[in-house]
Design a binder for this molecule. Structure first.
Ligand SMILES: CC(C)(COP(=O)(O)OP(=O)(O)OC[C@H]1O[C@@H](n2cnc3c(N)ncnc32)[C@H](O)[C@@H]1OP(=O)(O)O)[C@@H](O)C(=O)NCCC(=O)NCCS
Length: 178
């Protein structure tokens, strides 16, 4: 385990995680609010995405482990990492049956530690569709501030046209706990 919290830990993703990640995260209730909800979520696509992640130089991803069972409960990623200016976008997903236990909140907290204390980034931001209230809670509980809103940004199945919210946290506010 790379990072260990009270309920969640972060560990490297490997090819042995493909089936679990696919089974868990390729469901409509998981990808509804993510980019391209219309895309086919096949096992092959999951494998390719993991391969791309492992080979990428501007993305980092960990699996979120539920420490009470040892199971892989989700993933958290930093993408579009720009080391020159110290910026990255955070994303996260938790399998439906592991939700509501604080795993995303703690997984994000551990990833912020990695971003600011290990990668020495200066800013982490997140893009959230407005109806995705659970995701906004995860960010707010981690000290992110709402910094922007683009109305009618995209279409989410079942919700119609929705706004995009931008949340951000700086290294200074993370380290000072503000
Ligand atoms: C968003 C997501 C990662 C949250 O995972 P989780 O492990 O259940 O999150 P946590 O338990 O740490 O916290 C969830 C918070 O949202 C709240 N919440 C959950 N569903 C909610 C809802 N429908 N309305 C309002 N609040 C809700 C919970 O009460 C909790 O807040 P609290 O601690 O203040 O009570 C998970 O729902 C998910 O994977 N969603 C699909 C993928 C996704 O949207 N990712 C984010 C893209 S920006």
């Amino acid at each position: 385990m790379i990072y260990k919290g009270k309920r969640a830990g972060l560990d490297y993703i490997t090819f042995s995680d493909v089936d679990r990640i696919h089974e868990c995260l390729s469901r409509p209730e998981v990808y509804r609010f993510l980019a391209s909800p219309w895309r086919l979520r096949t096992r092959e696509r999951t494998r390719k995405r993991i391969e791309a992640l492992l080979e990428s130089t501007d993305r980092v991803g960990f699996k979120i482990v539920d420490l009470s069972t040892g199971e892989n409960a989700g993933v958290v990623t930093l993408s579009r990492i720009n080391y020159r200016v110290g910026r990255a976008e955070i994303g996260y997903r938790i399998c439906p049956r592991h939700r509501g236990k604080g795993l995303a909140t703690e997984g994000v907290k551990l990833m912020l530690k990695h971003a600011f204390e290990v990668l020495n980034l200066n800013l982490v931001y997140a893009q959230v569709k407005e109806p995705n209230v659970a995701s906004q809670r995860v960010l707010i509980k981690n000290g992110f501030k709402l910094v922007g809103r683009i109305p009618q940004y995209t279409i989410v199945p079942g919700y119609g046209r929705v706004a995009l919210l931008i949340f951000a946290i700086t290294r200074d506010s993370f380290l000072s706990g503000a």
